[in-house]
Design a protein around this ligand. Structure first.
Ligand code: 4NP
Length: 178
C-alpha cells in the first residue's frame, strides 16, 4: 500500500511479517509483536499476520522448537497456522516486514509495477543493533539459533512498535519499559 492510500484509510495499521517457511521466524515475529502490543495497550491499533514465501508448510503450526522458546517467554504461538504470501498481500497490508534479503526479493517479485516498494522493508531495519540486517534462518541449525532469533525478534519488535505507534498513534506512544 502507498503512503497516500494509507492516509485515506481508516482502521487498524495492517502489518505482515514474512519469512521462507512461515513456521519459525515470521510466526515468532507475529506472536511477539502481538504480545508486546497487548502489554502496551496497543492491540487495537494493529492487525497482525505472517506468511511464508514458500508453500511447503502451509496449514502447519509453528516449528515445535520455536514454540518452546516462545513459551519460555510466555508467548503462545500454538494457534497460528502457516500460509503462503500472495500478491494481494501487497495491497492488503500497510507494512510488510521481510526477515532476510531473499524474502525481500521474493516478495518484491510480485510488485510488478513498483507500487509497493516503500511499504516492504527488512524487519531488522528497526533493530537498534542490526548487525547484517538479516534474521538468521534457524531451521537447519541447533537450538542456539532459535534463542538467538528470539532475542533479535524481541528487541526489534519493541523498536518497531515504538516507531509505528509514534507515526500512527502519537498521543499514546509511551516508550517500552525494558
Ligand atoms: P522460516 O524457517 O523461514 O523461518 O519459517 C524455515 C522453515 C522451513 C524451511 C526453511 C526455513 N524449509 O526449507 O522447509
Amino acid at each position: 500500500m502507498s503512503t497516500e492510500e494509507r492516509d485515506m484509510k481508516q482502521g487498524p495499521v495492517r502489518v505482515l511479517f514474512v519469512c521462507l517457511g512461515n513456521i519459525c521466524r515470521s510466526p515468532l515475529a507475529e506472536g511477539v509483536f502481538r504480545s508486546q502490543a497487548k502489554e502496551r495497550g496497543l492491540e487495537d491499533l494493529f492487525h497482525i499476520d505472517s506468511a511464508g514465501t514458500g508453500a511447503w508448510h502451509v496449514g502447519q503450526a509453528p516449528d515445535s522448537r520455536m514454540r518452546q522458546i516462545a513459551m519460555k517467554h510466555r508467548v503462545d504461538l500454538s494457534g497460528q497456522r502457516a500460509r503462503q504470501f500472495k500478491e494481494r498481500d501487497l495491497v492488503d497490508f500497510d507494512y510488510i516486514f521481510a526477515m532476510d534479503d531473499s524474502n525481500l526479493r521474493d516478495i518484491l517479485v510480485h510488485d510488478r509495477e513498483d507500487q509497493h516498494q516503500e511499504g516492504v522493508v527488512l524487519f531488522r531495519k528497526y533493530d537498534p543493533d542490526p548487525d547484517d540486517y538479516q534474521v538468521p534462518d534457524p531451521y537447519y541449525g541447533g537450538d542456539g539459533g532459535f534463542d538467538r532469533v528470539y532475542s533479535i525478534v524481541e528487541r526489534t519488535a519493541q523498536a518497531l512498535i515504538d516507531h509505528l505507534s509514534s507515526v500512527h498513534n502519537p498521543d499514546s506512544n509511551a516508550p517500552s519499559q525494558q
